[in-house]
Design a protein around this ligand. Structure first.
Ligand SMILES: NC(=O)C1=CN([C@@H]2O[C@H](COP(=O)(O)OP(=O)(O)OC[C@H]3O[C@@H](n4cnc5c(N)ncnc54)[C@H](O)[C@@H]3O)[C@@H](O)[C@H]2O)C=CC1
Ligand SMILES: O=C(O)CCC(=O)C(=O)O
Length: 520
């Protein structure tokens, strides 16, 4: 396994990759998608912070890539839609830098209130710049928090600790979370008109871009302050400059910008009532160590066991559940491949998980089977894009859980329709992964093995001829499982030690009494 670590990922996470046997390549920020694409063609995972964007163009040839890891919270620099369509998981580690980002927002708040940067700059120039730098006290002032998630709620709690009155706007908070906190919620316009200082803690998305446009900024209290340590683009920078100029907004502190790094000639750089930091929110030793190790563990576990944590395009799957369903995983892949060969253009798939189903999370298993079923035909299908691909290719997927396991602890019944045919497979893990019934006939074979499926007339001598023919061709029979169809015929699953060449198949089909011979 190979991982490309861009943008200065903390060494502790990289050490975890090495300990797990991964090869680690480190790189400066890569801005050109073509250059990144060339590097990603040979990688199983890539790690980025905010400097290396991962657009669709960078993923064009990334056929090996399993995970894009964001060592932090915001995934706005990654084309998650394009990654999902290519079956690539996108993971982040938002818990690792919550405190750092919240403390930085508060640092900016204090710096604004007491003109710390201007005082420092004046002192360094040999001045004693006391006059004109009278500030204001934060205790008793109103803080309006936009986005009451991890960072916003941490900022709110700490601001309450210094005696600020705090309210928030967050229309997406789950009702339980919204009701139990000590931070009252308001509408956006109400909050803007109420607060002495507004601080942003939301992701950048299509919907939140320019959330604070000129009209909204003007709804802020005259003389209010603004802090943005969330994302550039949430605030219309040109509008902010004009409101600072006309004095409606008294001051602002920005850690994030629409274009990063901020262009040298940006007018933001020259405004006396703007405090600027170069996207430092997550830049503490503790946060960088935390995000890199959290992310490394998530990626290593995902690739090794299928456990899913911190993934923005796959539902979570705890290590315990991954362990519980782990033995099923290779079976699901083998069954998906077998079903794909039996029904090359499937239109309907029904999976029924029967027997003991407690503790069995069937969703990742279904995704795995669908990925194998569709992946054999074309393109790259993984559990990440399996259901999306199924919908796009017109495959209807349904599953039921529970019901009689027919004497087995756990039994999977698979029904695939396509091309006017219906095929049914029943499989279990009892005494190893095995198929126990095929199209209603009792058999017993390992679906992962090289396989011949034979229909024949149920009369003496036919099987002997098949055995002799395979033997003469140097092909060893590993297992021969035979079942009667009840209409004078029989079905056999013959597992062999190697693939059977086409000409041998033709010869086998020509044996008298053979109705069909498939190598699925
Ligand atoms: N400056 C820096 O270095 C850092 C910046 N960040 C930024 O902070 C953002 C927030 O991070 P977390 O708190 O960890 O995320 P989070 O997901 O815990 O919280 C985001 C909150 O915003 C709310 N939200 C979403 N859209 C909204 C809208 N239109 N209006 C109001 N609320 C909305 C959500 O309901 C959620 O409660 C990240 O997406 C990232 O962009 C995060 C870490 C470091
Ligand atoms: O990696 C960084 O320095 C920035 C972190 C950040 O913006 C985030 O986690 O969203």
């Amino acid at each position: 396994m190979r991982v490309l670590a861009c943008d200065g990922i903390h060494p502790e996470g990289l050490a975890l990759f090495r300990q797990a046997g991964w090869e680690v390549e480190e790189s400066e920020a890569i801005k050109d998608p073509k250059v990144l694409a060339a590097r990603l063609a040979e990688m199983d995972a890539v790690l980025v912070r905010s400097a290396t964007p991962v657009p669709a163009a960078a993923l064009a040839g990334a056929t090996r890539l399993k995970v894009i890891g964001r060592a932090g919270a915001g995934v706005d620099t990654i084309d998650v839609e394009a990654a999902t369509a290519r079956g690539i998981a996108v993971m982040n580690a938002p818990d690792g830098n919550t405190l750092a980002a919240a403390e930085h927002a508060l640092a900016l708040l204090f710096a604004l209130a007491r003109h710390v940067p201007r005082a420092d700059a004046g002192m360094k120039q040999g001045d004693w710049p006391k006059a004109g730098l009278t500030g204001f006290e934060l205790e008793g002032k109103r803080l309006g928090v936009i986005g009451l998630g991890r960072i916003g709620s941490t900022v709110a709690r700490k601001a309450q600790g210094i005696g600020m009155e705090v309210a928030a706007y967050d229309p997406f908070l789950p009702p339980a979370a919204a009701g139990k906190g000590s931070v009252p919620l308001m509408g956006l316009d109400e909050l803007l008109a109420w607060a002495d200082v507004v601080t942003l803690h939301i992701p950048r998305t299509r919907e939140t871009t320019h959330l604070l446009n000129e009209e909204r900024l003007r709804r802020m209290k005259p003389g209010a302050f603004l802090v943005n340590a969330a994302r550039g683009g949430l605030v219309d920078e040109a509008a902010l400059l004009s409101l600072l100029d006309d004095g409606h907004i008294a001051g602002a502190a920005l850690d994030t910008f629409a274009t990063e790094p901020l262009p040298k000639d940006s007018p933001l750089r020259n405004h006396p009532r703007l405090i600027l930091t170069p996207h430092l929110g997550a830049s503490t030793g503790e946060a960088q160590q935390a995000v890199s190790t959290i992310l490394a563990r998530q990626i290593i576990d995902y690739v090794a066991t299928g456990a899913v944590a911190g993934c923005v395009n796959l539902p979570p799957l705890t290590p315990e559940v991954a362990r519980e369903i782990g033995p099923w995983m290779p079976l699901m892949t083998a069954l998906g491949k077998l079903a794909a060969r039996m029904v090359p253009a499937p239109v309907k798939l029904h999976l029924s998980y029967a027997g003991r189903t407690d503790g069995l999370d069937t969703r990742p298993l279904t995704r795995l089977l669908v990925a194998a079923l569709l992946g054999s035909a074309s393109g790259r299908v993984t559990p990440v894009n399996a259901l999306q691909e199924a919908a796009a290719r017109g495959l209807e997927v349904a599953e039921t859980v529970g019901g009689d396991g027919d004497g087995f602890d756990r039994l999977l019944r698979l029904r695939v329709e396509g091309g006017g045919r219906v095929r049914e497979i029943e499989a279990t893990l009892h005494r190893g992964p095995r198929v126990v019934r095929l199209d209603g006939v009792e058999l017993d074979f390992d679906p992962q093995a090289h396989l011949l499926l034979m229909r024949n007339e149920d009369r003496p001598g036919v099987i002997g001829l098949v055995g002799s023919h395979l033997g003469a061709a140097g092909i060893n029979i590993v297992n021969f499982s035979l079942g009667a169809t009840g209409d004078g015929g029989a079905v056999a699953a013959i597992t062999v030690d190697r693939p059977v060449p086409e000409q041998q198949l033709l010869a086998l089909r020509a044996i008298p009494g053979i109705v069909s011979m498939e190598q699925p």
